[in-house]
Write a protein that binds this ligand. Structure first.
Ligand SMILES: O=C(O)CCC(=O)C(=O)O
Ligand SMILES: [Fe+2]
Length: 258
């Protein structure tokens, strides 16, 4: 039985043919958008339980390089590795998501998890072993953004809760680096940061499920414009059990380690 928060009439996630179709699309495009994956009621309930907690969100207000690593003094300041971009969005960590939130029903749903495995082509997925990383709610009020970066994890699973009036667009360029092959794509990174190489926009509405291979595709979310905060859920999984983020990563992303 699939949780009622997922519109399984439109998206029959327990049908192997449907999962195979979705896998083909993800493999071909590096991203998969399934509009109306979550019911309107579920989206509304999560907005209702989260919106008033925007002030409790943690804002790192940091600059970082696109590789999310410390800079390297042996390289020049304008090297792709040392160029800094700004990220100013905030987030609620897993331990701030209510126990009875629809987000937990979705995250724990075994049909949903096996669908994700089939689409991603992996055997099994597991929650994070720490109490902060698994389900996060992101907020970007006017002027806030997420700077260009590559993800550490090979895949991301998100759901938009609330779209801003303008801005807050997900921009990306696929295949900029080949992390397995050791090519960090320095030249293209510089060309994208300098707005020479054109970028793509991934369009999605509230309630859509978005699967994205962000380890080798550089991506960002442009600054929100207008009075409506962009709100988005990130469902984070591991392909091995018992994995926690390091204390330094927890400190960077959440400002605390537990
Ligand atoms: O907000 C989004 O749509 C993408 C979030 C993202 O790229 C991330 O959390 O790494
Ligand atoms: Fe990302």
């Amino acid at each position: 039985m699939t949780t009622a928060h997922i519109d399984s009439g439109t998206h029959p996630i327990d049908d192997p043919d449907y999962a195979a179709e979705c896998k083909d699309e993800l493999d071909a495009a590096g991203a998969l958008v399934l509009p109306g994956f979550f019911t309107e009621e579920a989206v509304k309930a999560v907005v209702r339980e989260s919106a008033h907690r925007e002030a409790e969100a943690f804002y790192a207000d940091s600059t970082h390089n696109v590789y999310l690593t410390p800079s390297d003094d042996s390289l020049t300041g304008d090297h792709a590795f040392n160029r800094q971009v700004a990220s100013s969005k905030g987030l609620l960590a897993d331990d701030q998501v209510p126990a009875d939130s629809p987000l937990r029903d979705v995250y724990d749903d075994t049909t949903f998890r096996s669908f994700l495995c089939d689409v991603l082509g992996i055997e099994a997925i597991y929650p994070y072993a720490d109490n902060l990383s698994s389900i996060n709610v992101h907020f970007a009020a006017a002027g806030r953004e997420l700077g260009w970066h590559f993800d550490n994890s090979s895949f991301a699973v998100t759901m938009l809760l609330q779209a801003p009036e303008a801005g807050g667009e997900f921009e990306y360029v696929a295949g900029v680096r080949d992390s397995d092959g050791g090519d960090e794509g320095y030249e293209r990174v510089v060309s994208i940061l300098e707005e020479v190489e054109p970028v793509e926009v991934l369009e999605f509405e509230p309630g859509a499920l978005v699967l994205f291979r962000g380890r080798d595709a550089i991506h960002r979310v442009t600054p929100t414009r207008g009075d409506t905060t962009r709100m988005l859920v990130v469902f984070a999984f591991n392909d091995a059990p018992g994995v926690a983020l390091s204390e330094s990563a927890l400190e960077t992303f959440y400002g605390r380690i537990s």
